[in-house]
Design a protein around this ligand. Structure first.
Ligand code: SAM
Length: 472
């Protein structure tokens, strides 16, 4: 039985409900009256449910798709302005005991180099990341209770937060590690993590079990209920995602929205972020071996619809995607992107020789952070290195209610400008600095409250004088 507030995976991600949703979407994909009414509802900016969203996804009328894109752009602008939050992944260890058939870290891969960073090596990686200008990381690790126990992850977080190199600091550590217990989630919360990220990979139980043939991750219910345990452990910012290409995208899309609806129904707070990874070539992984790859146009439509359906949820795009694809979806609602990422263990300090490859997947955007920052600004975006919300206790439903009332704009805009200013002062090339200074000057005018604008201006001067880490 479908029940969004149930804590049982098969009740809140209910297979029959998804099949009925897809049938309903197929039956109505040319029903313009219904589609118009759904688009009207979406204009209220309160989101759409999985059934409504699935009808829009099934609709292939060009004019209506253009309307969806225009609305996604408008919602993006209204909620996020032109700010784009920057981050980088940090791979701690690729030891893994799972059998995920799409991931080169699977235990039966004897070819890939297995690496695990020591605390000393973590320091070096973090300094390299700080020297680029990064302030926010997403920690990545395979699942291996012997090699990567929770104590290792916690110690690594402590090390990361402790490093202050020149003006550098990692101010927010998000964590993407395997599903775990309430007790371990509590430990992560106490260690000061930002978002707990866990991709569902696929919501289709039967496929999930085939794609995860052994190891702890093979338990569909345990994996799917992870966010409920994370919330029970006190983590109220959680990040969802599916790995597009594994299963039929329409199934995944409905499942993803049902998961978001479930978090809202069961815990009163929706997902903080949604990631949209697509499967990539990697060591012993050939993405063409999976039948459900999606083309760039479908991918863009999914991104636009996520923006429309969950307006308050951040959307993350990684360097799995090329510059061209990133450019397209940034406009349609993406709010966070990674830059200068390395998906190998230890990759920020040194390039690996071919025979020592530890990469999780091939990266399609190989630009430096400075190039990405400059590119964003040339498109009129504000690259933001802001990490203020969780440090000011604006997490979970507190964050959501500030978002919904629009008050968040008085924090996000000045914080984005002040952290960009830090980046320009400490790390940018001359060209980037020049473009950035002009952007900051123009964007100061878009801070709604005069008082906040004044304080922001004063802080920008203090940043020029060498003081760091201002925030609203
Ligand atoms: N071990 C943790 C887990 O199981 O959730 C951490 C996740 S892993 C380091 C990060 C994510 O990379 C996975 O959740 C998966 O979606 C994605 N991934 C794995 N193989 C991939 C591939 N070949 N191409 C693109 N993404 C991949």
């Amino acid at each position: 039985m479908y029940n969004p507030s149930s804590l049982k995976a098969e009740e809140f991600i209910n297979h029959e409900e998804i099949l009925e949703t897809l049938a309903y979407a197929d039956a109505n994909k040319d029903n313009m009256e219904l589609i118009d009414s759904i688009l009207e509802k979406a204009k209220e900016r309160k989101g759409l449910n999985h059934r409504e969203a699935s009808v829009l996804l099934a609709c292939d009328n060009k004019e209506k798709i253009e309307e969806m894109y225009a609305l996604a752009q408008q919602i993006k602008q209204d909620f996020y302005g032109n700010r784009i939050v920057m981050f980088a992944p940090l791979y701690l260890s690729n030891y893994c005991i799972n059998g995920c058939v799409y991931c080169p870290y699977h235990i039966s891969n004897k070819h890939i180099a297995r690496k695990k960073l020591t605390q000393e090596e973590i320091k070096r990686e973090v300094i390299a990341l700080q020297d680029m200008g990064h302030k926010r990381l997403a920690l990545e690790a395979g699942e291996d209770p012997k090699n990567n126990p929770i104590e290792y992850i916690l110690e690594s977080i402590k090390t990361i937060y402790s490093i202050k190199h020149k003006n550098g600091a990692i101010r927010r550590v998000n964590v993407n590690i395997a599903a775990t217990t309430v007790e371990e989630y509590r430990m992560l919360k106490e260690a000061g993590i930002g978002t707990y990220i866990l991709f569902q990979e696929t919501y289709h139980k039967e496929s999930y079990e085939k794609l995860h043939p052994y190891g702890p991750k093979s338990n569909y219910a345990y994996h799917t209920e992870a966010m409920d345990r994370a919330m029970e452990g006190g983590i109220d910012d959680v990040g969802l995602g599916v790995l597009f290409g594994l299963e039929m995208y329409r199934y995944e899309f409905a499942g993803l929205l049902m998961h978001a609806e479930h978090l809202e129904a069961a815990h009163g707070v929706g997902p903080h972020t949604i990631s949209v990874p697509r499967i990539k070539r990697a060591d012993d992984i050939d993405p063409t071996a999976f039948d459900n790859g999606i083309d760039d146009e479908t991918f863009a439509k999914i991104c636009a619809l996520i923006r429309i359906c969950v307006p308050y949820t951040g959307m993350i795009i990684s360097t799995r995607e090329s510059q061209a694809v990133r450019e397209k979806v940034l406009k349609l609602g993406v709010s966070q992107i990674s830059g200068a990422s390395r998906t190998s263990v230890g990759g920020y300090c040194e390039d690996e020789p071919e025979e020592e490859n530890s990469q999780q997947f091939d990266v399609s955007d190989n630009r430096t952070l400075d190039e990405v920052v400059k590119w964003l600004m040339e498109m009129g975006c504000i690259p933001s290195f802001c990490t203020a919300c969780y440090r000011e206790g604006r997490t979970g439903d507190r964050f959501m209610s500030l978002c919904k009332s629009g008050q968040i704009q008085n924090c996000c805009q000045p914080n984005a400008l002040m952290t960009l200013k830090e980046y320009l002062m400490d790390y940018a090339s001359e060209d980037t600095k020049r473009i950035g200074e002009a952007l900051i000057k123009a964007e100061l005018e878009n801070i709604p409250k005069d008082k906040v604008k004044e304080i922001c201006k004063e802080n920008l001067i203090k940043i020029e004088q060498g003081i760091r880490d201002f925030r609203f």
